[in-house]
Design a protein around this ligand. Structure first.
Ligand SMILES: Cc1cc2nc3c(=O)[nH]c(=O)nc-3n(C[C@H](O)[C@H](O)[C@H](O)COP(=O)(O)OP(=O)(O)OC[C@H]3O[C@@H](n4cnc5c(N)ncnc54)[C@H](O)[C@@H]3O)c2cc1C
Length: 502
């Protein structure tokens, strides 16, 4: 007899969201997590942009310790000469700084258009992708709603959406704007977490997906929790346990047990075997299929498709402990600081990464949480996502050292003297992120969120509705629709799909 109704592999945001939902429906759920603490990639993250509102509400995250320092973080696009540009409100509703009227009006129009288009896509985050081959099981009512929202845009907007959706960010920005600070910050934001530069084809659609998220009901807004994103992960874990979920950390799954072509349990690295009616993998699909299940249980075509799934990470994570607050030439340190240069600099930072090399001038998304929430030891924490970084350089140690030096040089250029404030520095390259968090290639979305790996093609054609290729196995990580971020959407959608399949 199985000991549990469901075993969830991985206590990241998706695993915890799925576990909570299943337990709330009376299921006996075990979550097994390889790391010593739950939360997965939340511990790597620093801002919230797409926490699933269904999960946030049903899990009662506020009651389990989630407290927002802000749900509407402003952005400052840093300029080395101190002529910064500030974007306040969700997705830069208001621009302040020295900026030409033409750019101010251009951004107003473009911003409104992008948010309208992203709002059309946002309901897609909350259900399983349609099946293309079969009409059955499609959430037609919900798809019709998306189609209706699209139609309500009107003919002009629909034509514009059609024009831009498969184009690239560089051209889109070039059509409307001329200010290099604004274009640089937007190009950086649009490509955050992707393995593409602003000139790469199809770079607009992933940006729209990013803008389709929300914080505290505000589309495109950025949230900063007290205690950082790890505190959000911890709140999700507490909520799941309060719902009756059993959570076991330091419990790495070595293998998914398949018997008679059905997934019936897991074997931990310790050798312990645990059985359940359903195995829900909330770690990357590629790892699940190729390593935990293994090709001998899969058909050859699926194995090949899984091997070909693209999962290249281009983001590194930098954490600095500083003796005192730095000065970025007068920028508001409570903001998110984007140090990207122009849109051309963003592209230049991507170019060498294609060939496994480190860029001279990586872009940085910087957050200094201690500027809002001081530490008792009066030290400061600077958290930065650095783009782009190679996921497979020839020499990992050398690439890490080179990337750290390049990041510190960029910081020094914009905040002279910051180097002398650094007490400790940790840089995680994409391959370190893979080793520590299990995201293949260190990829933000546990598999690139590119047009050919979206919707009914995500994670792979034929298994896009969360049901795995063998009975009893479900897939529910960020590698599934709708992709990554500390959201829980894939986990929540998968739990709904399991309920519907009963
Ligand atoms: C550099 C970087 C910065 C990021 N910053 C942000 C940000 O600021 N905001 C944001 O929203 N998103 C950010 N992300 C993305 C975000 O971290 C991920 O998309 C998100 O964590 C995915 O959630 P998940 O639950 O699907 O998987 P994960 O969070 O990866 O969780 C999977 C869990 O499974 C566990 N696991 C893996 N293998 C096994 C096994 N064999 N047995 C048991 N357990 C296992 C892992 O330890 C992990 O805890 C960032 C990503 C990167 C790479």
């Amino acid at each position: 007899m199985p000991s549990f109704d469901a075993i969830i592999i991985g206590a990241g945001p998706n695993g915890l969201a799925a576990a909570h939902r299943l337990a709330s429906k009376g299921q006996k759920v075990l979550v097994v997590e390889a790391a010593g603490t739950p939360g997965g990639g939340a511990g790597l993250s620093h801002l919230s942009y797409n926490l699933d509102p269904r999960a946030e509400k049903a899990m009662g995250l506020a009651a389990h310790g989630l407290e927002w320092l802000t749900t509407n973080l402003a952005t400052t696009a840093l300029c080395a000469d101190g002529n910064h540009l500030r974007l306040e409100g969700p997705v830069g509703l208001r621009l302040s700084g020295d900026i030409a009227e033409r750019d101010r009006r251009g951004w107003e129009t473009l911003r409104a258009r992008l948010l309208r288009f992203a709002a059309v896509l946002s309901p897609l985050n909350q259900f399983a992708p349609p099946r293309i081959a079969k009409g059955v099981g499609n959430p037609m009512g919900k798809l019709a709603m998306v189609a209706l929202r699209a139609r309500m845009l009107g003919a002009k907007d629909i034509r514009e959406l059609g024009r831009i959706i498969l184009t690239n960010v560089h051209d889109l920005l070039d059509d409307e704007l001329s200010d290099p600070r604004l274009k640089g910050a937007l190009a950086f934001d649009a490509t955050l977490g992707g393995w593409l530069g602003p000139r790469s084809p199809n770079s607009v659609l992933p940006w729209l997906v990013r803008l389709s998220g929300q914080t505290a009901g505000k589309q495109g807004a950025l949230g900063l929790p007290r205690g950082g994103m790890a505190a959000l992960g911890a709140a999700m874990a507490r909520s799941s346990e309060a719902q009756g979920v059993t959570l076991r950390c330091n419990a790495r799954v070595a293998r998914i047990v398949v018997d008679g072509e059905r997934a019936i349990g897991v074997t931990l690295a310790s050798g312990e075997e645990i059985r359940a009616a359903r195995i829900v993998s909330c770690t990357a699909p590629k790892t699940t299929l190729l390593d935990l299940v293994g090709p001998r249980h899969l058909d050859a075509g699926l194995t090949t498709r899984a091997r070909h799934q693209k999962s290249r990470g281009g983001a590194a994570k930098l954490d600095l402990t500083l003796k005192a607050l730095p000065d970025f030439r007068g920028a508001n340190l409570r903001d998110r600081l984007i140090l990207s240069g122009s849109e051309h600099d963003v592209e230049r930072a991507f170019n060498p990464v294609k060939y496994g090399r480190v860029p001279d001038r990586p872009g940085l998304e910087i957050v200094i949480p201690t500027s809002r929430d001081p530490r008792s030891d009066s030290k400061h924490h600077l958290s930065a996502i650095a783009q782009f970084a190679p996921h497979a350089p020839a020499d990992r140690e050398a690439a890490r050292a080179q990337m750290l030096a390049a990041c510190l040089m960029q910081l020094e250029t914009h905040s002279p003297g910051i180097g002398a404030l650094v007490e400790s520095a940790e840089l995680l390259m994409p391959y370190d992120i893979e080793d520590r968090y299990g995201l293949p290639g260190g990829q933000w979305h546990a598999g690139e969120l590119s047009v050919e790996q979206m919707l009914f093609l995500r994670p792979l054609p034929g298994i896009a509705q969360y049901q795995g290729p063998i009975p009893g196995l479900w897939l529910a990580s960020a590698g599934c629709h709708p992709g990554g971020g500390v959201s829980g959407s894939a986990g929540w959608n998968a739990a709904l799909a399991m309920e519907a399949a009963e």
